[in-house]
Write a protein that binds this ligand. Structure first.
Ligand SMILES: NC(=O)c1ccc[n+]([C@@H]2O[C@H](COP(=O)([O-])OP(=O)(O)OC[C@H]3O[C@@H](n4cnc5c(N)ncnc54)[C@H](O)[C@@H]3O)[C@@H](O)[C@H]2O)c1
Length: 251
């Protein structure tokens, strides 16, 4: 696959799961990656792992729900690596509660982390790319739950549906600046966010065509492709990477 040497790409939520695996793939293809996460220790470990393979990476502690911090992260990336070509707006959380218990705090927490963070990454990211005059790519993590309602997930459903439309809307206006915006909508991925209850994991696994949870490397492969010129005709869309989850109701 095409090399990404000379590019600097930010991966939010890069300390774990999908973000970590994507950082490993992007650095293996030559990009310098900033592992941006509020889990500083985890982010540092990922940097150590990448450096051990000869890759280029740095960690940055950030709360993605804070726009000023995202702006500072992007400025820091340019200082550190001399350029800025992409951001993977991926950090996210889930707080499951029945709708009648979906109090404002629980609602806003997920909207802040899963939705507003993507706006900050798009807004400050695109402005910096235009300022630098670089061709850029922005990839946003949505979810199958951006198009499918799930019990207890009103906040998460709302945030991820917004991410799908923000990717389209921003792509429309940024194309003339040589900035591509795309989304990825994972099925259930074997990462810490889904918890470690064996029965729950078995149930979730069965909702996929192959009856297995998807490994985070599989999402990372697609995201790494989306950052490349090979994907230059994909713009505004959110790609399901769900092993068929959205394609059937009863197996
Ligand atoms: N795992 C799944 O089944 C699944 C399915 C669909 C979508 N997603 C989405 O994929 C993305 C990555 O999730 P994952 O499965 O890799 O989970 P994960 O828990 O392994 O990774 C999430 C990372 O985000 C970081 N993070 C959380 N809140 C943050 C904040 N406010 N500021 C900075 N960093 C923060 C965490 O520290 C963690 O490193 C999320 O947006 C999630 O909603 C996951």
């Amino acid at each position: 696959m095409e090399k990404l040497t000379g590019q600097a790409i930010i991966v939010t939520g890069g300390a774990s799961g999908i973000g970590k695996e994507t950082a490993l793939k992007l650095t293996a293809r030559g990009a310098a990656v900033v592992i941006a996460d509020f889990n500083e220790e985890g982010a540092n470990q990922v940097v150590t792992e990448i450096e051990a393979t000869g890759g280029k990476a740095a960690s940055y502690k950030v709360d993605v729900a804070n726009g000023d911090e995202i702006k500072a992260l992007i400025d820091w990336t340019v200082e550190k690596f001399g350029t800025f070509n992409g951001i993977f707006n991926n950090a996210g959380i889930g707080l499951v509660k029945p709708f009648l218990e979906m109090d404002p705090e629980t609602y806003h927490k997920v909207i802040d982390v899963d939705q507003h963070s993507v706006y900050y990454g798009l807004y400050y990211g695109a402005k910096k790319m235009v300022e630098l005059g670089v061709k850029g790519t922005i990839v946003n993590t949505a979810s199958i739950y951006g198009s499918l309602a799930a019990v207890g997930s009103f906040n998460y459903n709302a945030a991820k549906a917004a991410v799908v439309m923000m990717s389209k809307s921003a792509a429309l206006e940024l194309a003339e600046h040589n900035i591509r915006v795309v989304g990825v909508a994972p099925g259930f991925i074997d990462t810490p966010i889904i918890g470690d209850d064996v029965e729950t994991k078995k149930f979730l696994a069965e909702q996929h065509m192959r009856g297995e949870l998807i490994q985070p490397e599989k999402i990372a492969s697609v995201v790494s492709f989306l950052f490349s010129e090979d994907a230059s005709a994909i713009n505004g869309q959110t790609l399901p990477v769900d092993d068929g989850f959205l394609s059937f109701k009863i197996k």
